[in-house]
Design a protein around this ligand. Structure first.
Ligand code: GA4
Length: 329
């Protein structure tokens, strides 16, 4: 059956979001990843090797949590910034049509938070840790392919930041509730072209890279250099990789952090997306790598620590361009 997103938006889907097949040879994969990071800041990843069971176990745990009553869910909140949140995103007035869980990704923090989320905390923390380990390894493999493709003397310069025990990486689970049926549902929701409510507003991710997976409900859109929004067809068997601001800075702008958003759910089925945000440790310095600055060119960004960048991010609105604050004069 054709993807509903593609049926509604044939023209924009034709532009083609790059697909990287991790079962290809290393040099081929590395070359296609570099092309995708440079032109899109975004790609779809297939044959990624992450166990289907690890993914569905986490999805089940998350669906169980979001099916709880509101007071039960609020035991895991408020998201300030970690924990359960509903509607409010960040501290500066952004809102969206969703519920979410935002978790620190290190095993000790997961274990500490689990009792407020699940009636079976040890299973919950096992399942989260198993998923985080898989997507972290995957993210590091991608970053090593990037390092190889760029011929960097230290090919693990990016992945080292995420592998660091003090890495500030986080896991986010977004839940976009199903739309309740009314007699006029088809008319008022699905087939109404003016139905463009926002689920999670436009932004770029501040970290190094994001590994996103969703169920088969559409909603994700990306914006490329032309500023047009392109729907991304959901594919539960694939991951989507998004370049974050920190990697844009380290590559001196050669890679772009992709602007993206999620539309509010218009489906009879709930949408769930799970994002792993691979981040540096708080005290790590982020600056354009010397190898990324061509002769007679200048560094586009001033060096900053990840802690400084996060502080700036949390002082701004979701849609703001945080990297502009760190542009070299
Ligand atoms: C966007 C990417 C991640 O979801 C996130 C978000 C964070 C939050 O929800 O707490 C932020 C947002 C995100 C960027 C600007 C600030 C911080 C909300 C917000 C308004 C967890 C992240 O790291 O940055």
């Amino acid at each position: 059956m054709p993807c509903p997103t593609a049926m509604r938006t044939k023209k924009t889907e034709a532009v083609g979001i790059p697909t990287i097949d991790l079962s290809q040879t290393r040099p081929t994969t590395s070359k296609s990843i570099l092309h995708a990071c440079h032109h899109f800041g975004f790609f779809k990843l297939i044959n990624h090797g992450v166990s289907h069971h690890a993914i569905s176990r986490l999805e089940c745990q998350a669906f169980d949590f979001f099916a709880k009553t509101a007071p039960e869910k609020h035991r895991a909140g408020p998201a300030a910034p970690f924990g359960y949140g509903t509607k409010a995103i960040g501290p500066n007035g952004d809102t969206g049509d969703l519920e979410y869980l935002l978790l620190r990704s290190d095993p000790a923090s997961v274990l500490q938070t689990s009792p407020s989320i699940s009636n079976d905390p040890s299973t919950f923390s096992y399942v989260v840790n198993e998923y985080v380990k898989s997507v972290k390894d995957l993210g590091c493999e991608i970053l090593d392919l990037v390092g190889e493709g760029l011929w960097l003397p230290n090919k693990s310069v990016f992945s080292d930041l995420i592998r660091d025990v003090h890495s500030d990486s986080v896991l986010r689970i977004n839940y976009y509730p199903a739309v309740k049926h009314t007699e006029n549902w088809e008319l008022s929701s699905k087939s109404n072209p003016s139905n463009n409510r926002i689920g999670f507003g436009e932004h770029s991710d501040p970290q190094i890279l994001t590994i996103l997976r969703s169920n088969d409900v559409d909603g994700l859109q990306i914006s490329l250099q032309d500023g047009l929004w392109r729907p991304v067809c959901p594919d539960p068997s694939a991951f989507y990789v998004l370049i974050g601001d920190a990697l844009q800075a380290m590559t001196n702008g050669r890679f772009v952090s992709v602007r993206h958003r999620a539309m509010a759910n218009s489906s009879k089925k709930a949408r769930m997306s799970i994002m792993y945000f691979g981040a540096p440790p708080l005290n790590a310095w982020i600056a354009p790598l010397s190898e990324m600055i061509p002769p007679n060119h200048q560094s586009l960004y001033k060096p900053f620590t990840w802690a400084q960048y996060k502080k700036a991010a949390y002082s701004l609105r979701l849609a703001d361009s945080r990297l502009d604050l760190f542009k070299a004069s």
